[in-house]
Design a protein around this ligand. Structure first.
Ligand SMILES: Cc1cc2nc3c(=O)[nH]c(=O)nc-3n(C[C@H](O)[C@H](O)[C@H](O)COP(=O)(O)O)c2cc1C
Length: 209
């Protein structure tokens, strides 16, 4: 396979205002990606490991960012949720090609409060809330018609009513221990800055690219 070699622009230096606010720059980068028209600027590839140690990843949307925690929403019986319940250590990567920026996070996931999940669920479009009920996420689906039939059944069951939060739907917050910022620069001399949680504060180091 031949692909063109890409020369990165000079994106400047990564500068961390306060390592004890480790997600401040992530929040700014998501905002700048949004302002630059990046599609799904809050999507991240989330890796979990199963009980035998085998890794697996998939995209999810980062929907919550506060202090040293981020969060996402999902079906609590999906493969990712089963894996997190068995082993809560996760890692995620966000890459915004248009910005030549990457962030990697590592931490421990735990279930989000139901009140937060309720709040998010009620903010979603009606059809997404119905789809949450209709999808037995990660389980085998014999035909697409079966999914469409389930969707229509739920739609008519709740006609004229609010769509409640499915008991099997929820969210995870990830309490972070490590956040790494990467920025493209010419000649492969990219910037890497990593923030690591120590006993009760965060420290900052630069890494070779
Ligand atoms: C851009 C993008 C965003 C996604 N966001 C979510 C999400 O926030 N939550 C979710 O459960 N699945 C999301 N998905 C679907 C997942 O990638 C995945 O297919 C699904 O969650 C099942 O994963 P699992 O079987 O490993 O649990 C998204 C997919 C894409 C491509």
């Amino acid at each position: 396979m031949t692909v063109d070699r890409r020369e990165y622009r000079d994106g400047g230096k990564i500068s961390i205002d306060n390592p004890n606010d480790p997600l401040d720059l992530l929040s700014k980068w998501i905002q700048e990606a949004r302002e630059n028209g990046v599609i799904e600027p809050n999507s991240m590839s989330l890796a979990t490991v199963d009980a035998s140690g085998a890794p697996r990843n998939r995209m999810v949307l980062l929907k919550f960012l506060e202090g040293d925690e981020i969060g996402f929403f999902t079906n609590m019986e999906s493969d990712k949720s089963v894996e997190i319940h068995a082993l809560p250590f996760v890692s995620a990567t966000i890459w915004w090609p248009e910005m030549e920026r990457q962030v990697r996070i590592e931490g421990k996931a735990s279930e989000m409060d139901r009140s937060k999940v309720e709040e998010y669920h009620s903010s979603r479009p009606r059809k997404s809330r119905i789809a949450a009920w209709a999808s037995d996420q990660s389980r085998t689906l014999e035909t697409r018609e079966e999914l469409l039939r389930k969707f229509e059944e739920i739609e008519s069951e709740f006609e004229g009513k609010e769509i409640p939060l499915p008991p099997f739907w929820g969210g995870f917050r990830i309490t972070l221990d490590r956040v790494e910022y990467w920025l493209g620069r010419p000649s492969r001399l990219h910037e890497r800055v990593v923030l690591t949680r120590d006993a009760d504060s965060w420290s900052e180091q630069r890494l070779y690219p």
